[in-house]
Design a protein around this ligand. Structure first.
Ligand SMILES: [Ca+2]
Ligand SMILES: [Ca+2]
Ligand SMILES: [Ca+2]
Ligand SMILES: [Ca+2]
Length: 788
């Protein structure tokens, strides 16, 4: 009998000296003798020393690690906080009132605050509250140092105030632990305010009360401010800083009021009150004085049966108010209300209603509930690959009173986008509306992150979310539905790299793909097309696929090419909801990786060249035997070079090559988009082509440098060259030593080196890649036949 026994070596020790004990084959195992060692886990504090003055709180963070110092986020144990000696208080926040000695980790971490009323120097521990059968927890340990208050002022407490009753903070009041003495003075106060840091160097100081005024950059209502604060003081020529937090000293107030449109089936009215900040549950006492539409006070006190939070984000509460004895509404649209000075409304910091600020008298607006949405969709109606067409269906016809003020649509998966519009095109029966979003969703946003059941049946995946919005403040309402993805996928990027004699093209799509008709086209190339790109094989990952093809293939995609999906039914690929690529889905430029690679096609123009000794056209006995001829893509003429010097140009159809002709055709990566200058300024070639008889005797040699400029690169990324071995007057082809060559087989040893000289104005990465070299070596046989 063989049993496999395994145990963790996690935490066995940090040097891992018994790593090999992970799996052990045991024979004749005795089960009761098998011991699984407990895995070690460590609680650690973020500080070695936690330091505070008497009565002040200092923040400490405790984190759980394994023996490799990796934080453990899935073992949220409860911990006990304790001291070696003395007593301290532990709080879960800087402002919490109730102390605790137990905490539960959240994702492997807990933050707490410690303070003490007496000076202390002792050890602080965080210990696992209970033991585990799997883990052995080591406690966290740090020095706790509680010191007497210093003999200069530090922050005792700090409160943010609003002195002009606009619900925007403007004054910070600090109670110092002591007043400034001789040789001590105020320097500055800095504090955090909604992401800004505000620094104030002027203060009014009255004994130990220090007040600074400021105007916030962000002038939005902020009636529950909280943040950090730093006080700098000059103490006998030295700057001493005191850090603390400031708390909310601003009273809650009412911002807006509304009453719900009364339906036939209603049994009570619903009143909505929007507060300037979160409040504590107000109970059923009515908080407002009422006025009629003309502003005359009313003595009515509505009878409240319930109050509850209605919109937490907007601090809107709902009061249920009974009808009067005759069944009429006590509060109607247009009436006004004012917060009662006696109302029992308090904010989360315990601030009651202001005794200084006069509450505003506000009208009750009518809250209208929107007609629920039933279905929505997002498509690319104009076929350019970008989604912009939104259709929405409502549960019942929508009259203008119940129509949304605006709609918002969330779409896109990697970086979701929210677009808004208020322009809706209603159907005849007013149960459907169409919105052309003012600008389409961004390139690549062709699906969304929502999924669920469709009201039309079946599941929706990759959906967006459509929300209708109506009203504002206390009468704001919204209602959402999934928006089905009816937008086809697009190609967002491509990158090509060499894979031996093949190229491997990675095509990245905007969303997860499905395979439809495999007989259709994978992608299209724009250059000399659109043409379908053939591949030996392709591999689909979720939202991308790689294609492998011969780098010499006519349809090969190169760096700088643009590619896209074949439109509609011509595409192999669909998105996961079955949407086909749009008719005009956009092109994406293919980037390269690794060094750019030149494809060489070097071969004799004809396997056997007929050479006549009777030649009149270029009969110069002392002319060099070779010319390099390159097709100029700007003039469409042949440019002739001899020893790297430009000689002349001729029309391609007017010139007849004589002598022995070699074709040198190359594919050179542009490295940039089609139609723009290449990523290289030059390609420097070194040609070395010695020719031999078939017995190996040297006959002649073409050895020349040539600097290729972009004017020779076709829009199709091709370079067309000819190497012309000229005949000599009355002799035909001659060897270097002047002897005429006879009919027979000859050998060419071709050696071409190429070096890219980059366009330095491009990005660092592309400049580096286009500073590389490539080369080509081949031995070839060709024939010469002498004719009369
Ligand atoms: Ca203010
Ligand atoms: Ca407040
Ligand atoms: Ca579109
Ligand atoms: Ca889609």
């Amino acid at each position: 009998m063989i049993d496999w026994v395994s145990w963790h070596n996690h935490g066995a020790n940090k040097s891992g000296s018994y790593d090999c004990a992970c799996k052990v084959v045991r024979t004749n195992a005795e089960w009761d003798s098998i011991v699984t060692p407990l895995e070690k886990r460590y609680l650690m504090f973020n500080v070695d020393t936690a330091k505070a003055y008497i009565g002040k709180r200092t923040q400490v963070i405790v984190t759980l690690y394994d023996s490799t110092d990796t934080p453990i986020t899935d073992d949220d144990i409860t911990i006990n906080l304790s001291l070696e000696n003395g007593s301290a208080f532990f709080y879960t926040s800087a402002t919490a009132n109730i102390a605790t000695t137990t905490l539960t980790l959240s994702a492997g971490k807990a933050t707490f605050y410690v303070s003490s009323d007496t000076p202390l120097e002792t050890w602080l521990y965080a210990t696992a509250a209970s033991s585990s059968s799997k883990y052995n927890y080591t406690s966290a340990k740090a020095l706790l140092l509680i010191e007497e208050l210093p003999p200069w002022p530090i922050i005792g407490s700090a409160q943010m105030l609003d002195s002009d009753c606009d619900n925007i903070p403007d004054k910070l009041q600090i109670i110092l632990t002591t007043s400034y003495q001789e040789g001590q003075s105020f320097q500055s106060v800095s504090f955090g305010y909604r992401g800004d840091t505000v620094q104030v160097t002027e203060a009014s100081i009255d004994d130990s009360l220090l007040t600074v005024s400021f105007t916030p950059k962000d002038n939005a209502i902020y009636a529950n401010p909280e943040g950090w604060i730093t006080l700098e003081s000059n103490i006998s020529g030295k700057t001493e800083t005191s850090q603390d937090i400031y708390t909310d000293g601003i009273s809650p107030t009412v911002l807006s009021l509304s009453v719900l449109e009364r339906s036939e089936s209603a049994t009570a009215d619903k009143i909505y009150i929007q507060f300037s900040e979160p409040i504590s549950a107000p109970g059923t006492s009515w908080p407002l004085a009422l006025f009629d539409a003309d502003g005359n006070p009313l003595s009515t006190t509505p009878s409240v049966t319930n109050s509850k939070i209605y919109n937490e984000e907007m601090n809107v509460w709902e009061w249920t108010v009974s009808f009067d004895a005759s069944g009429n509404s006590v509060i109607t649209e247009g009436m006004r209300g004012q917060l009662l000075a006696s109302a029992t409304i308090t904010d989360k910091s315990g601030n009651g209603i202001s005794t200084v600020c006069e509450p505003p008298i506000l009208p009750f607006t009518l809250k209208i509930l929107p007609i629920p949405l039933k279905y929505a969709s997002i498509s690319d109606a104009d076929g350019d690959g970008l989604a912009e067409h939104v259709v929405m269906n409502f549960a019942s016809p929508v009259d203008s009173k119940h129509a949304p003020d605006s709609i918002s649509v969330i779409f896109g998966s990697a970086v979701p986008e929210t677009l808004w519009t208020s322009a809706l095109d209603w159907s005849q029966d007013r149960a459907e509306a169409v919105a052309q979003m003012p600008s389409p969703f961004k390139f690549g946003n062709t699906n969304g992150n929502y999924s669920g059941l469709s009201s039309k049946g079946g599941d929706l995946i990759g959906a967006g979310l459509l929300t209708q919005h109506k009203g504002s403040g206390a009468n704001y309402e919204k209602d959402s539905t999934l928006a089905e993805d009816l937008t086809g996928p697009i190609v967002v990027a491509g990158s090509v790299k060499n894979a031996g004699t093949f190229l491997s093209l990675l095509v990245e799509a905007s969303e997860p793909l499905a395979i439809g008709d495999t007989l259709q086209t994978l992608i299209q190339r724009e250059r000399s097309g659109p043409i379908g790109v053939a591949a030996y094989r392709y591999n689909l990952a979720t939202s991308s696929f790689t294609m492998l093809y011969d780098q010499d293939a006519e349809t090969a995609v190169q760096e700088g090419d643009r590619i896209r999906f074949a439109p509609e039914d011509a595409s192999v690929f669909l998105d996961k909801s079955g949407n086909k690529p749009s008719p005009e889905n956009p092109w994406a430029t293919v980037s390269g990786s690794g060094n750019p690679h030149i494809t060489f096609h070097v071969r004799p123009h004809k396997p056997v060249s007929d050479i006549s000794s009777e030649n009149a056209e270029s009969c110069e006995s002392d002319a060099p035997p070779f010319r390099l001829v390159v097709l100029n893509q700007e003039t469409r003429k042949w440019d002739f070079y001899e020893k790297n010097t430009f000689l002349f140009s001729t029309d391609t159809n007017a010139y007849i090559f004589e002598g022995m002709l070699y074709d040198i055709d190359m594919g050179i990566p542009r490295g940039t988009s089609v139609g723009t200058s290449p990523a290289w300024k030059l390609v420097q070639f070194q040609f070395d082509i010695p020719f031999y008889t078939n017995l190996g005797s040297a006959v002649n040699r073409f050895k020349q440098d040539f600097s290729l400029t972009p004017k020779y690169l076709s829009s199709d990324n091709k370079v067309v060259m000819r190497l012309q071995w000229l005949t000599r007057c009355t002799q035909g082809l001659v060897a270097e030593n002047g002897r005429a060559l006879g009919t027979g087989a000859y050998i060419a040893k071709i050696d071409i080196d190429a070096k890219f000289i980059p366009d330095e104005t491009l990005g660092e990465d592309i400049v580096k890649r286009f500073s590389s070299k490539d080369s080509y070596t081949k031995t070839q046989t060709f024939g010469i036949r002498r004719i009369k």
